[in-house]
Design a protein around this ligand. Structure first.
Ligand code: ATP
Ligand code: MG
Length: 423
């Protein structure tokens, strides 16, 4: 027997019960982003493999073992995007968006990483990404953090902790890197395999290891913050001072390094304790080196990406199914005459009542079965139309969610009746 066809492991259907939460998040996010002057960019899901190798870095989990890479029919190596920043920079360079302008861009969509699927970690997952180009000062770092904070407020989410750190500049990291390599070298037997491999190629990433055995080694490692120059510290202190003035709570986490190589100076994460090990819902920072690394002129950049699935899990706790957009009314139709007239009347009602959510019963059947469907639809009212009602030019209106009595409304007053209910 042939193998049963199923969704690919780690790639989930987002079912109708869940989509109201997604739409809520997407709507609120778009409104907040527009409020800060960000414009949406839509990017391909597939890019050339080299784009990710060059931007994310060869010695990273993503490039080493998480990418969905394949040869297309011409033999070109292509990859399903594991993140959005690389493609956004590529598009910015290719379309001349980064010349003499400071575009603020956002995008959303699926990302693909071949990770071990678990709660909050999937192989197809979704991000909203935010990127601001051409601005070297700490003002924009601060603003993207404020934007993210406003988004949590707009979503009604509290209990997210802002963690901040600074990675300084590449030359400052070089001195620290030597110390770190020496330290890690002295503890080499305590390192897990990945960390041992990274020891020389990319030692800072060892600090980002999630391996439980690594916690102690990491905790005792020298601290990058102690090795930064005055300019980097001033950049960091300016952001901190302003967060203090604005009353935005944060914690400096000197162990916070981002998994990707292209960050410099500010890095931040928003973390919750409610999702187990997958607690980071949003991560970002400054990545001044990337545009040049991908062949453009040197253009400073700041951005972040939020993990939609993890936020949805929080929204689900907070809202359950209360965001569902149930129909206002479900129209029951008894008899052949009502069936045809009902669809006409429904069309008129939709013309007359902007935003009306009206579900018309199709498929016939008796009133009893139709009432069951009306109830299941979540509609507030059942509208009842049979030959008798049609003859008298009325419609029965039965509230389905309260004990109120059924009443009759004249057909030509029905639009006003429904308008009053939607307000
Ligand atoms: P993690 O440390 O959890 O693996 P990351 O550092 O790999 O995260 P980023 O590349 O910074 O994650 O992506 C930004 C956000 O996207 C993460 O903070 C998280 O919310 C979300 N995210 C990343 N990978 C996944 C995944 N496999 N499934 C679901 N969400 C994810
Ligand atoms: Mg990861």
């Amino acid at each position: 027997m042939s193998k049963k066809i199923q969704a690919v492991r780690g790639m989930r259907d987002i079912l109708p019960e869940q989509t109201p939460l997604w739409q809520f998040l997407e709507d609120r996010a778009r409104a907040v982003l527009e409020g800060y002057g960000y414009r949406e960019i839509r990017l391909p899901i597939v890019e050339m493999t080299d784009l990710f190798k060059r931007s994310i870095g060869e010695v990273t989990d993503i490039v080493e073992k998480e990418m969905y890479t394949f040869d297309d029919r011409n033999g070109d190596s292509l990859t399903l995007r594991p993140e959005g920043t690389a493609g956004c920079v590529r598009a910015g360079i290719e379309n001349g968006l980064l010349h003499n302008q400071a575009p603020r861009l956002w995008y959303q969509g699926p990302m693909f990483r071949h990770e071990r699927p678990q709660k909050g970690r999937y192989r197809q997952f979704h991000q909203i990404g935010v990127e601001a180009y051409g601005l070297p000062g700490p003002d924009i770092d601060l603003e993207v953090i404020l934007l993210s904070a406003r988004l949590w407020k707009a979503l009604g989410l509290d209990q997210l902790e802002l963690q901040l750190n600074t990675l300084g500049l590449a030359q400052e990291r070089a001195a620290y890197r030597e110390k770190l390599v020496a330290y890690l070298g002295s503890r080499v037997r305590a390192l897990d395999e990945d960390s041992r491999n990274r020891l020389h190629a990319n030692p800072l990433r060892v600090l980002d290891s999630k391996h439980p055995d690594m916690a102690e080694v990491i905790a005792e490692a020298p601290i990058l913050l102690d090795h930064l120059g005055s300019e980097s510290m001033a950049h960091f202190d300016w952001i901190r001072g302003n967060l203090d003035d604005l009353g935005v709570q944060y914690r400096v986490n000197p162990r916070l390094v981002r998994g990707l190589d292209y960050y410099s100076r500010s890095v931040f994460e928003w973390v919750t304790t409610r999702l187990g090990a997958q607690g980071t819902v949003c991560a970002g920072g400054r990545y001044d080196g990337l545009v040049e690394q991908l062949g453009g002129r040197a253009v400073p950049a700041v951005g972040f990406a939020l993990g939609i699935e993890r936020l949805i899990a929080l929204l689900e706790e907070a809202y359950g199914d209360s965001l569902a957009k149930d129909p206002l009314a479900y129209l029951l139709l008894a008899g052949e005459q009502a069936q045809a007239r009902g669809l006409q009347i429904a069309e008129q009602l939709r013309d007359q009542v902007p935003g009306l959510r009206l579900q018309v019963h199709c498929g016939g059947g008796g009133f009893k079965g139709q009432f069951k469907k009306a109830d299941k639809s979540g509609a507030r009212f059942a509208l009842i139309l049979g030959a008798e009602e049609l003859k008298r030019g009325v419609c029965g209106v039965k509230p389905l969610r309260t004990d109120e009595q059924q009443q009759e409304v004249a057909l030509d007053a029905l639009a006003d009746f429904l308008k009053n209910q939607t307000r």
